[in-house]
Design a binder for this molecule. Structure first.
Ligand SMILES: *[C@@H]1O[C@H](CO)[C@@H](O)[C@H](O)[C@H]1NC(C)=O
Length: 219
């Protein structure tokens, strides 16, 4: 292969969005997303057409619906990324508003690509994470307090107050990713025999867990 072709190939792959695997350092003031999608949108809207509305988001003024999917746990979550808020695109940040009914929980989950700062706007929340030595760092935090969940570590929350609790979670990635432990294990179609052995479960117990954690569209 000639040097010229190699250089061309390198430039092509280096600039291809497919291999951009991390949040970028911006090389311009902003890059308003023009295509829907939670990840990086390299096609910036013409910046001459930007208005203040591109940098304001009003969709978390009130809580979302306590969706069917989460109804068992009493959680409503509104993730805010460049798909719904184009002004965030390429800035390496995103956030989520989460509301918990009394005794409602945010089940153990993690974000593979982001550290999260969770700010309690209302209520009292038992809040914590588990490190890779399985140590639990958890306590009740109250309105005005903040907890940090280090990147990729499993974390969880439960409303221990009498009123609805509201949390603002901020991520240092515009596409933090979300994996729920229960769904990854029991809702993903891993072979039954393996799960039985791994967790010491009977077929009956396993069937129940699989039914509970398999997403509706897969069931
Ligand atoms: C951006 O918009 C301005 C104003 O409408 C226009 O003059 C300019 O040509 C556009 N730039 C591009 C790259 O389309």
């Amino acid at each position: 292969m000639s040097l010229k072709i190699m250089v061309l190939l390198f430039c092509f792959f280096y600039t291809s969005p497919v291999i951009l695997a991390s949040d970028p350092d911006p090389v311009q003031d902003f890059c308003l997303a023009q295509n829907a999608g939670p990840g990086l949108d390299l096609q910036c809207k013409n910046s001459s057409l930007a208005t203040v509305e591109d940098f304001v988001f009003s969709g978390i003024r009130s809580s979302g619906k306590f969706k069917f999917k989460f109804s068992e746990v009493g959680l409503s979550a509104i993730p805010v990324n460049s798909k719904v808020f184009p002004g965030l695109n390429t800035l390496g940040m995103s956030f989520v508003r989460a509301d918990l009914e009394p005794r409602g929980i945010n089940p153990p989950h993690f974000h593979p690509r982001a550290t999260e700062i969770a700010f309690v706007l209302e209520g009292e929340v038992y809040s914590g994470f588990v490190d890779t030595q399985n140590r639990v760092f958890a306590k009740v935090i109250k309105k005005g307090e903040v907890m940090v969940f280090p990147r990729a570590l499993v974390h969880f929350q439960m409303n221990v107050g009498d009123e609805q609790a509201t949390i603002l979670g901020c991520f240092d990635s515009q596409n933090p990713g979300l994996q729920r432990v229960s769904s990854a294990v029991f809702g993903s179609g891993i072979k039954e025999e393996l799960l039985e052995k791994a967790f010491g479960l009977s077929i009956k117990e396993l069937t129940k867990l699989r039914r509970r954690f398999t997403p509706q569209h897969k069931a």
